[in-house]
Design a protein around this ligand. Structure first.
Ligand code: NDP
Ligand code: 8X3
Length: 251
């Protein structure tokens, strides 16, 4: 039976690559993000391979999030797979210098946004007693690094929520897991450093970072396991990275 996946943050990086990977494997797609032109362009590309519906909303807006998901047409409203991927870091500052706006953005998008999307989709999964939720955490959800403070806290929260979901949704046979990447070369650092491409580019200089496609392949692996297998928690680094602060660079 053909499955339908809803992917948040599908306009770039890991979410976009996951959309391409899923389309290759004939999974129907509901692609979400704020940048409508990008959503349309990706839809245009992927409709050659599978059925694609786009939803344009900001995960910080709980009402818009609910309405967008409620608006899904019959052919797309059975979500078998939810990929909670939308998120970013905003700033890299010591806690004594951090911006409250940056803190709000990270907690509102990475934590509360993930909850709003999940709240809109979980009831149909519990009703059907089936479904698969993958939350994109981070190595920053497993350790705290200097100046990572609130971003790390948001990703620690994603891991706690993932574990809570897995426990509470266990009676319904719903799979829940987290994929936690280390350094992935996406638009992540452009967002973190507010468009300063020199600083953003320097994050990935001198070593081969993970690519969005590497994570997309792992996400597909997770969703394509047999019914009795759930990948609960996976930490993925580039070979050059040993932990958040130990990266072998040849500069
Ligand atoms: P990108 O910046 O390339 O992608 C982020 C995605 O999130 C975009 O599609 C963006 O879409 C979406 N997004 C951001 N804010 C909102 C919002 N308010 N409402 C709806 N969608 C939003 O980064 P990545 O692909 O790297 O990041 C994806 C996930 O992976 C994030 O959760 C990130 O924390 C995590 N991660 C990234 C790592 C890395 O090194 N790159 C490592 C570990 C985890 P749009 O702007 O169109 O709304
Ligand atoms: C993104 C990876 O190391 O910048 O979650 O926090 S890191």
């Amino acid at each position: 039976m053909k499955k339908t996946a809803l992917i948040t943050g599908a306009t770039s990086g890991i979410g976009e690559a996951t959309a391409y990977e899923f389309a290759k494997h004939n999974i129907d797609l509901v692609l979400c993000g704020r940048r409508l032109e990008r959503l349309k362009a990706i839809q245009n590309e992927l409709e050659r391979l599978t059925n694609v519906h786009i939803l344009n909303f900001d995960v910080r807006d709980k009402e818009k999030t609910r309405q967008a998901i409620e608006s899904l047409p019959d052919t797309f409203n059975t979500i078998d797979i939810l990929i909670n991927n939308a998120g970013n870091a905003h700033g890299l500052d010591p806690i004594n210098e951090g911006s409250i706006d940056d803190w709000d953005a990270m907690m509102d998008i990475n934590v509360k946004g993930l909850l709003y999307v999940s709240k809109a989709i979980i009831p149909q999964m519990t009703a059907r007693q089936s479904g698969h939720i993958i939350n994109i955490g981070s190595s920053a959800g497993k350790e705290v690094y200097p100046k990572g403070n609130v971003y790390c806290a948001s990703k620690h929260a994603v891991l706690a929520i993932t574990e809570g979901m897995r426990i509470d949704l266990n009676p319904f046979g719903i799979k829940v897991g987290a994929i936690n990447p280390g350094l992935v070369e996406t638009e992540f650092s452009q967002v973190r450093f507010k468009g300063d491409n020199t600083v953003a580019g320097s994050v990935y200089k001198g070593f081969k970072a993970l690519q969005a496609e590497d994570i997309a392949e792992i996400i597909y692996f997770a969703v394509s396991r047999p019914p009795h297998v759930n990948i609960a928690d996976l930490l993925v680094f580039p070979t050059a990275q040993a932990n958040s602060v130990t990266v072998k660079k040849d500069l």
